[in-house]
Design a protein around this ligand. Sequence first.
Ligand code: ZN
Length: 142
Amino acid sequence: MNQLAPEPKDIGFNKFYETLQKKRIEIKAVLLDQHIISGLGNIYVDETLFLARIHPTRLANTISLDETKKIIESAIQVLDKATKLGGTTIRSYTSSLGVHGRFQNELNIHMRKDLPCPICQTKIIKMKVKGRGTYVCPSCQD
Ligand SMILES: [Zn+2]
Protein backbone atom coordinates (compact mmCIF):
# COMPACT_ATOMS: atom_id res chain seq x y z
CA MET A 1 0.00 0.00 0.00
CA ASN A 2 2.97 2.28 -0.46
CA GLN A 3 2.14 3.02 -4.06
CA LEU A 4 2.89 6.44 -5.49
CA ALA A 5 -0.07 8.44 -6.68
CA PRO A 6 -0.25 8.97 -10.46
CA GLU A 7 1.55 11.89 -12.10
CA PRO A 8 -0.52 14.58 -13.87
CA LYS A 9 -0.15 12.93 -17.29
CA ASP A 10 -1.57 9.66 -15.94
CA ILE A 11 -4.23 10.81 -13.50
CA GLY A 12 -7.25 11.25 -15.82
CA PHE A 13 -9.56 14.29 -15.74
CA ASN A 14 -12.71 12.57 -14.56
CA LYS A 15 -11.13 10.59 -11.79
CA PHE A 16 -9.24 13.63 -10.49
CA TYR A 17 -12.42 15.70 -10.68
CA GLU A 18 -14.24 13.12 -8.53
CA THR A 19 -11.42 13.29 -5.98
CA LEU A 20 -11.62 17.09 -5.89
CA GLN A 21 -15.37 17.00 -5.33
CA LYS A 22 -14.80 15.15 -2.07
CA LYS A 23 -12.20 17.57 -0.67
CA ARG A 24 -13.24 20.66 1.23
CA ILE A 25 -9.66 21.94 1.44
CA GLU A 26 -7.59 24.39 -0.59
CA ILE A 27 -6.75 23.25 -4.12
CA LYS A 28 -3.07 23.97 -3.46
CA ALA A 29 -3.09 21.55 -0.50
CA VAL A 30 -4.57 18.83 -2.73
CA LEU A 31 -1.97 19.36 -5.46
CA LEU A 32 0.86 19.17 -2.92
CA ASP A 33 -0.46 15.88 -1.49
CA GLN A 34 1.74 13.13 -2.93
CA HIS A 35 -0.89 10.53 -1.95
CA ILE A 36 -3.30 12.13 -4.43
CA ILE A 37 -1.04 13.33 -7.26
CA SER A 38 2.73 12.88 -7.67
CA GLY A 39 5.45 15.15 -8.90
CA LEU A 40 4.17 18.62 -8.00
CA GLY A 41 6.35 20.49 -5.52
CA ASN A 42 5.60 23.94 -4.16
CA ILE A 43 6.97 25.87 -7.14
CA TYR A 44 5.22 23.67 -9.67
CA VAL A 45 1.88 24.07 -7.93
CA ASP A 46 2.18 27.88 -7.98
CA GLU A 47 3.09 27.85 -11.67
CA THR A 48 0.33 25.36 -12.49
CA LEU A 49 -2.39 27.35 -10.72
CA PHE A 50 -1.18 30.55 -12.37
CA LEU A 51 -1.46 28.99 -15.85
CA ALA A 52 -4.86 27.54 -14.99
CA ARG A 53 -5.94 30.94 -13.54
CA ILE A 54 -7.14 29.35 -10.30
CA HIS A 55 -6.58 30.93 -6.89
CA PRO A 56 -4.60 28.55 -4.60
CA THR A 57 -7.06 28.96 -1.71
CA ARG A 58 -10.12 27.94 -3.76
CA LEU A 59 -11.72 24.93 -2.10
CA ALA A 60 -11.16 21.81 -4.19
CA ASN A 61 -14.87 20.95 -4.22
CA THR A 62 -15.67 24.26 -5.98
CA ILE A 63 -13.43 23.45 -8.99
CA SER A 64 -15.44 22.63 -12.13
CA LEU A 65 -14.64 19.81 -14.56
CA ASP A 66 -13.34 22.35 -17.10
CA GLU A 67 -11.12 23.90 -14.46
CA THR A 68 -9.89 20.43 -13.47
CA LYS A 69 -8.83 19.89 -17.08
CA LYS A 70 -7.06 23.24 -17.13
CA ILE A 71 -5.20 22.37 -13.92
CA ILE A 72 -4.01 18.99 -15.24
CA GLU A 73 -3.02 20.39 -18.63
CA SER A 74 -1.14 23.24 -16.96
CA ALA A 75 0.65 20.83 -14.61
CA ILE A 76 1.78 18.70 -17.57
CA GLN A 77 3.02 21.82 -19.35
CA VAL A 78 4.95 23.04 -16.28
CA LEU A 79 6.56 19.64 -15.67
CA ASP A 80 7.51 19.25 -19.35
CA LYS A 81 9.16 22.64 -19.35
CA ALA A 82 11.02 21.94 -16.10
CA THR A 83 12.24 18.61 -17.41
CA LYS A 84 13.44 20.15 -20.67
CA LEU A 85 15.21 23.05 -18.98
CA GLY A 86 16.64 21.01 -16.17
CA GLY A 87 17.56 18.03 -18.29
CA THR A 88 16.68 15.65 -15.47
CA THR A 89 13.66 13.86 -14.07
CA ILE A 90 10.95 15.66 -12.14
CA ARG A 91 11.57 13.63 -9.00
CA SER A 92 14.61 15.69 -8.13
CA TYR A 93 12.57 18.89 -8.21
CA THR A 94 10.44 18.52 -5.14
CA SER A 95 11.88 21.46 -3.21
CA SER A 96 12.68 25.00 -4.24
CA LEU A 97 16.32 24.27 -3.54
CA GLY A 98 16.27 21.60 -6.23
CA VAL A 99 15.41 23.96 -9.06
CA HIS A 100 18.22 24.82 -11.38
CA GLY A 101 18.91 28.20 -12.90
CA ARG A 102 17.35 27.83 -16.30
CA PHE A 103 13.93 26.81 -15.05
CA GLN A 104 14.04 29.36 -12.26
CA ASN A 105 14.55 32.11 -14.84
CA GLU A 106 11.40 31.07 -16.64
CA LEU A 107 9.05 31.09 -13.67
CA ASN A 108 5.93 33.18 -14.27
CA ILE A 109 4.90 33.73 -10.68
CA HIS A 110 6.93 31.91 -8.06
CA MET A 111 9.52 34.09 -6.24
CA ARG A 112 8.21 37.17 -8.06
CA LYS A 113 6.56 39.10 -5.20
CA ASP A 114 5.83 42.75 -6.10
CA LEU A 115 6.88 42.20 -9.72
CA PRO A 116 4.30 42.69 -12.50
CA CYS A 117 2.21 39.70 -13.55
CA PRO A 118 3.41 38.62 -17.03
CA ILE A 119 -0.20 38.62 -18.28
CA CYS A 120 -1.90 41.66 -16.71
CA GLN A 121 0.92 43.62 -15.01
CA THR A 122 -0.81 43.54 -11.60
CA LYS A 123 1.65 43.25 -8.70
CA ILE A 124 2.17 39.64 -7.66
CA ILE A 125 1.43 38.99 -3.99
CA LYS A 126 2.89 36.45 -1.61
CA MET A 127 0.79 34.61 0.93
CA LYS A 128 0.92 31.43 2.99
CA VAL A 129 -1.12 28.39 2.05
CA LYS A 130 -0.63 25.28 4.16
CA GLY A 131 2.44 26.98 5.61
CA ARG A 132 4.08 27.24 2.19
CA GLY A 133 5.15 30.48 0.52
CA THR A 134 2.62 30.97 -2.26
CA TYR A 135 2.66 33.49 -5.08
CA VAL A 136 -0.55 34.71 -6.69
CA CYS A 137 -1.73 37.25 -9.24
CA PRO A 138 -4.80 38.66 -7.47
CA SER A 139 -6.25 39.75 -10.78
CA CYS A 140 -5.70 36.67 -13.01
CA GLN A 141 -6.41 33.97 -10.45
CA ASP A 142 -9.76 33.41 -8.77
ZN1 ZN B 1 -2.27 38.78 -13.72
